[in-house]
Design a protein around this ligand. Structure first.
Ligand code: SF4
Ligand code: SF4
Length: 385
């Protein structure tokens, strides 16, 4: 199929341009096209209330008003598949249809690359229908791993605030309710937090039926008191101990302690020489949606931060530690995350999490590579580049 995803200036040939979608997103598309000096002939929409009106001085027409020889730009982030099917069904030629993603997550980064629809579909992550999220209880860590994907080995000492956490997870419950199926409390090393038990109890109080997991490197388990172990049991929390080969940690002792306390647990083994390295591109000029498409963390390790910002992956949520450590100037774009106090529609949030983010331009395509086994960090920038 020859349907294309394009940025503006490829669309400036001689055919009249029609933007399908006369909503906010269509207006953004129109304004982006103006930057490329493309003239839009009409907006098109299925909503009878919009047909016949004008938007930005341009008439809104219906699909019935279509003519041959026009070029159609689908401008709907969430319904583009349906619109595409509709246009094809009424006989509009594939080569006359484009799908235009106008957010700065994509338009500024796709470098005018024409791709087949197949490529576009390949890149789409399927939106989740249930919510699983991570929350950093502690930013720093007592185990200094090379190239930590959460940048905890180079993070300054910082502990999550329980009241802030409470506000954030109440909001998550308001939005997703029982669709939250799994919460991971982690870090950094969460056992460093002096009020860890309160975080656990609070999480269980709000999310009565969700799975709650506490992820730890296990080093501090032998120092934890009985209150901690009882809290885990009563709150029905599963302990996940990450197993680092070559780290000389005595996992047998750790497991003995957990089993003695009859806690649910699992050992998350990093086998043999397996150890991943995040491949950052400090110039920030990767094609964001390509990095995203191939990224195993995208839309998978969804992370909520203390500001109530929800990120599609852990590195995006914590990369500020990296930029701070190495004095690299960096600012998040508002499109890098979803603010759960501004966007409260769960379907929209799921959809947004499944789309590339501007920050993905800092990851090389492929995102992670083999790092030749676990080792102690030397806090060198090469651990991520
Ligand atoms: S134990 Fe985990 S959080 Fe801590 S430095 Fe290692 S990888 Fe990072
Ligand atoms: S920021 Fe990097 S790690 Fe996160 S989803 Fe994008 S490509 Fe993947």
């Amino acid at each position: 199929m020859d349907i294309t995803i394009s940025s503006g200036n490829q669309l400036c040939d001689n055919k009249p341009i029609v933007i399908f979608g006369a909503g906010d997103y269509g207006i953004k598309t129109w304004s982006n096209l103006r930057m490329y000096e493309c003239i839009v002939a009409y907006f098109m929409d299925n909503n009878p209330d919009k047909i016949g009106t004008t938007i930005c001085g341009i008439k809104v027409i219906s699909l019935e008003d279509r003519k041959g020889g026009w070029q159609y730009i689908i401008s709907s982030k969430y319904h583009w598949r349906d619109i595409l099917a509709e246009l094809l069904e009424v006989g509009i030629k594939e080569e006359d249809i484009s799908i235009y993603f106008s957010t700065d997550a994509i338009v500024s980064l796709c470098n005018n690359k024409k791709e087949t629809l197949f490529d576009v579909l390949e890149r789409q992550k399927v939106p989740n229908s249930r919510m699983r999220f991570d929350y950093h209880i502690v930013e720093h860590c007592n185990l200094n791993c090379k190239g930590c994907l959460h940048f905890s080995n180079i993070a300054s000492e910082e502990y999550a605030d329980i009241d802030v956490y409470k506000n954030n997870i109440i909001q998550m419950f308001k939005i997703f309710g029982t669709r939250v199926e799994h919460i991971s409390l982690l870090g950094g090393e969460p056992l460093l937090h002096p009020r860890l038990n309160e975080f656990i109890c609070l999480t269980r109080r709000i999310f009565k039926n969700a799975e709650i997991e506490l992820i730890t490197n296990g080093l501090l388990l032998k120092k934890m008191d009985e209150v901690f172990w009882n809290t885990l049991l009563q709150a029905d929390v599963e302990l996940t101990v990450t197993h680092y080969p070559k780290s000389n940690i005595k996992y047998k002792d750790i497991i003995d302690i957990i089993e003695k306390h009859k806690c649910k647990y699992s050992l998350n083994r990093v086998n043999g020489n397996e150890w991943c390295k995040l491949k950052l591109n400090l110039k920030g000029d990767s094609i964001a949606y390509r990095s995203f498409a191939e990224c195993p963390m995208a839309n998978t390790c969804i992370t909520l931060d203390k500001k109530g910002h929800l990120y599609t992956c852990a590195p995006a949520a914590h990369i500020h530690h990296f930029f701070k450590k190495y004095h690299i100037s960096f600012l998040y774009s508002k499109n890098d995350y979803i603010d759960i106090f501004e966007e409260t529609n769960p379907e929209v949030i799921f959809q947004k999490l499944a789309l590339p983010k501007p920050i993905c331009r800092y990851c090389k395509e492929g995102t992670i590579e083999d790092a030749n086994g676990w080792a102690k960090s030397k806090s060198s920038i090469e651990e991520w580049t």
